[in-house]
Design a protein around this ligand. Structure first.
Ligand code: PSV
Ligand code: MN
Ligand code: MN
Length: 388
């Protein structure tokens, strides 16, 4: 039997972090399409994030990317966020957009470049001190393009050295989450290509080091929910970067390409206690909205995560366990599919109404006139965002 009050309580608690860079202009290596009304500054990105949070009630924190979100005073930025009902979330270090990093950042064969990259990572921890952020998110574009280009083992040694230095700098309440990615921009070897590599480094570092699973960073066909189940069992799942993909790291809206996969992942999150009160998993979006309107796309993404979560919470665990125990394969599968096939939109509309927000956040955004206002107001100036 499903406890509907408990399901609603978990949905009301759920917090999804939106990324500052999703509000800005973005594109592919072929073209960045500028959209009217996009934020020109980090503060304007926070204004948009506040709109998403007001309309969904579920997006109270915003991840920053440094230096894309470089400001003079991060304490003042945190205050600005707070005045809008937000908090600043994960600090994403950027050691991939500088000419010096052509052959890598923390794994670069040149010790001078390694020192520069490490200094940036440590600066990011200073920023966390000012913003009150808990998580430092590390993704390294480091790798090689050609066999023989560099010593694969030595690069692991250099990576471990940098990670240790950053880990030692973390405060008691701070963590690092190490993100892996199969390939791109490196095409032969990548220094953190998979969850196993990330996990192995985290294990050596200590409890404050966790793995970040970006759903777009696997080989096609990878069973991501298995990875999630395993990491949760080992207490090493720190965070998600949610997005969806058809081919590689497409960064499309989460739940758009494969809502069934998202449901399966969320079921393992539930199974591992990730929706329980006090869970410390960060549920973040890492997406780009290249051709669709950004604010409603981010609202839609938050809703897609909520819908997958609701379905996962509706799985009748007792019935599932009974079917599994008795080896009733078809029944076990049917229990899971029953939950997946439930239309949870009325349930989520109810949860929103109980929170005093509109049942359909996308419709509420369209009716608010805000899009027209920001298009009229945000003219001139350099547009900020991914690739800017
Ligand atoms: C790399 O592809 C990545 O997923 C990392 O999380 C970066 O910080 C982010 O994309 C930039 O969008
Ligand atoms: Mn990511
Ligand atoms: Mn990515």
């Amino acid at each position: 039997m499903t406890d509907h009050a408990a399901v609603k309580a978990a949905l009301t608690r759920q917090a999804i972090e939106t990324p500052s860079w999703a509000y800005g202009n973005s594109g592919t290596r072929f073209k960045v399409f500028a959209q009217p009304g996009v934020p020109r500054t980090t503060r304007e990105k926070l204004d948009d994030a506040a709109t998403v949070h007001q309309l969904t009630g579920a997006a109270p924190t915003v991840a920053l990317h440094i230096p894309w979100d470089k400001v003079d005073d991060y304490t003042a930025l945190a205050k600005y966020a707070e005045e809008r009902g937000l908090r600043l979330g994960a600090i994403n270090a950027n050691v991939f957009q500088d000419d010096d990093y052509k052959l890598g950042s923390v794994t670069n064969p040149d010790p001078g470049v390694r020192r520069k990259a490490l200094a940036h990572l440590l600066d990011c921890v200073d920023i966390m001190d000012a913003t009150g952020s808990r998580d430092l998110k590390l993704w390294f574009s480091d790798g090689t393009n050609y066999p023989g280009q560099d010593d694969i083992r030595a690069r692991q040694d250099r990576l471990a050295e940098a990670l240790h230095a950053v880990y030692d700098r973390l405060g008691d309440d701070q963590r690092m989450v190490l993100e892996y990615k199969l390939f791109e921009p490196a095409f032969y070897t990548t220094d953190v290509p998979d969850w196993g590599t990330s996990y192995a480094h985290c294990l050596k570092l200590g409890d404050k080091a966790r793995v970040c699973v970006d759903t777009g960073h696997h080989a096609p066909g990878t069973n991501i929910e298995f990875i999630v189940a395993f990491l949760l069992r080992e207490n090493r799942l720190g965070a998600f970067d949610f997005n969806s993909r058809f081919y590689a790291d497409d960064d499309l809206m989460v739940g758009a390409a494969d809502p069934f996969q998202l449901f399966r992942i969320m079921y393992e999150v539930r199974r591992g206690g990730g929706f329980d009160d006090g869970s410390d998993i960060a549920f973040m979006l890492d997406q780009c909205h290249n051709i669709e309107a950004k604010i409603p796309a981010i609202i839609r993404s938050v809703m897609n995560v909520q819908e997958a979560t609701a379905k996962a919470l509706l799985v009748d665990r007792d019935a599932l366990a009974a079917a599994q125990r008795s080896g009733d394969v078809l029944e076990a599968n049917a229990v899971l599919m029953d939950a997946y096939n439930t239309d949870v939109r009325p349930l989520l509309a109810e949860v929103r109404e109980e929170q005093g927000i509109a049942p359909d956040p996308v419709a509420a955004y369209r009716a608010s006139g805000r899009q027209e206002r920001i298009v009229a107001e945000r003219v001139g100036g350099e547009q900020a965002g991914w690739g800017a």
